[in-house]
Write a protein of this length. Structure first.
Length: 454
């Protein structure tokens, strides 16, 4: 599909930062092959496109030239592809107060006239607002790396503090330096009665991955540079939990995993001394409940359901900040202080409709894992009741391989995963059926980890 820059039209290297009427003259220049009145299909198509460009630029220039408005630049974004990576990436670096000096356009969408968006030029010296220095800074050793958070203001930095302040440092060899830039974006225009933020859309291309809720709220991760950019609108900042989970934590997880070559797993994890057990199961299988009960019996929490595995050392990393527990979990807790804390915890409704109490593990007195322990045990939680009196069924290596393939589709296509599975298949592994008291299962889990150490 042709883009501006082909058929004699200006490409992104030559599209100048000129007033809009001068841009119109350049954008509508005929290809050399058509200047002599060529009649080919390509020339006819080129003339039609130039006509659209001329009318659009002229109309937009006339609309923007009144009331003392600043000079305008044209930036085109296909309305039908607002969710695309290119548009979102450009919008993140050029909020509505700053115009992109150029953007490639899918010409197929230009005739709709909705693809043209005019924005004020802003500061011609720093159109991308690159010279603004962040006022707030925080460092933390997370997921084996050395993270630096840079924020425009204290409210943005508070998002990182809510997720990571007070956690034990996690170092993996020589810590890789990573940076997350938190920036305040323009208003997103959400209606005041919006129940929840828009669902995140995943973006990728040109060495960048990320998520976008809309044209303002997004997290863009550049693993090769060790950098991530998070922009947050005032509306999302007023929902700090959503901003933290949807954008900040996503940026941290993706940056840590991709920059260090870690395998991202849908699994919980607990540890005894330097030995870790992965708790693997689908959502609702009981990972969080078993994690809490194991922590109450002296095991350290590594993560609730987002584990990262180093393929070289088979060490397990995670962020042990929160547990999301069903509200009926109070019935299984006999510790008065912990019971009161859980009862006072906020209750959230997930997109699936499930209601969970959010327990902040910091300050509970329960152990949180620091430097990553070595993987020693795999436990696959089954939604089916146990077939016999003992819900712990040992698994053969081929069964471990099959279960990892079924439960970790995201990791399956990452480099090195096949070798990691082969190594994991020869570790002790069990299927844990439903039905037994979680406290008894936690005690068994502790014995298995301890027995391996002996």
């Amino acid at each position: 599909m042709p883009l501006i820059g082909q058929e004699g039209l200006p490409d992104r290297r030559s599209f100048p930062a000129q007033p809009i009427r001068e841009q119109a003259a350049i954008a509508t220049r005929q290809p050399a092959s058509c200047q002599a009145g060529g009649s080919s299909e390509g020339c006819a198509s080129s003339r039609a496109r130039r006509s659209v460009l001329s009318r659009s630029i002229a109309a937009s220039s006339a609309a923007g030239g009144s009331a003392g408005r600043p000079p305008l630049r044209a930036s085109w974004r296909p309305a039908a592809r607002v969710a695309s990576f290119a548009a979102s990436f450009a919008a993140s670096f050029a909020p509505s107060a700053r115009a992109m000096p150029f953007m490639l356009v899918d010409i197929e969408f230009l005739p709709s006239m909705t693809a043209m968006r005019m924005t004020p030029l802003g500061d011609p010296v720093d159109p991308f607002d690159e010279q603004t220095s962040p006022r707030w800074r925080r460092q933390a050793h997370l997921l084996g790396a050395s993270f630096e958070f840079l924020a425009d203001d204290e409210a943005l930095l508070a998002l990182a503090d809510a997720a990571y302040a007070g956690l034990p440092p996690q170092r993996l060899g020589n810590a890789v330096p990573l940076q997350v830039r938190l920036r305040r974006g323009d208003a997103a225009g959400w209606p005041p009665d919006l129940e929840r933020p828009p669902a995140a859309r995943h973006l990728s291309g040109a060495g960048v991955v990320g998520v976008a809720l809309d044209a303002v709220n997004m997290a863009l991760v550049m693993p090769e540079l060790g950098r991530a950019l998070v922009t947050v609108s005032p509306e999302l900042l007023a929902r700090p939990r959503d901003a933290r989970i949807e954008l900040v934590e996503c940026a941290v997880y993706q940056l840590a995993a991709r920059a260090q070559g870690l395998h991202a797993l849908h699994a919980g994890a607990v540890a005894l001394d330097d030995r870790a057990a992965l708790l693997i199961g689908h959502s609702g299988a009981g990972k969080s409940t078993l994690t809490l009960q194991a922590m109450r019996q002296g095991l350290a929490g590594v993560t609730e359901d987002g584990a990262f595995l180093d393929p070289v050392s088979l060490r397990v990393l995670g962020v042990p900040g929160f547990l999301h527990l069903r509200t009926d979990s109070l019935d299984r807790i006999d510790d008065p202080a912990l019971r009161a804390r859980l009862a006072a915890s906020p209750v959230i409704r997930r997109r699936s409709g499930a209601e969970k109490a959010v327990l902040d593990l910091r300050g509970t007195g329960l152990a949180l894992a620091g430097d990553p322990p070595a993987l020693a045990l795999l436990v696959f939680l089954s939604p089916e009741p146990a077939a016999g009196p003992d819900p712990w069924r040992p698994l053969a290596p081929h069964e471990v391989t099959a279960r990892l393939a079924a439960t970790q589709p995201y990791a399956a296509w990452r480099p090195g995963w096949a070798d990691t599975v082969e190594r994991c298949a020869h570790l002790p592994a069990f299927e844990l059926g439903r039905g037994r008291d979680p406290g008894d299962n936690a005690a068994r889990l502790r014995l298995l980890l301890g027995a391996g150490a002996a």
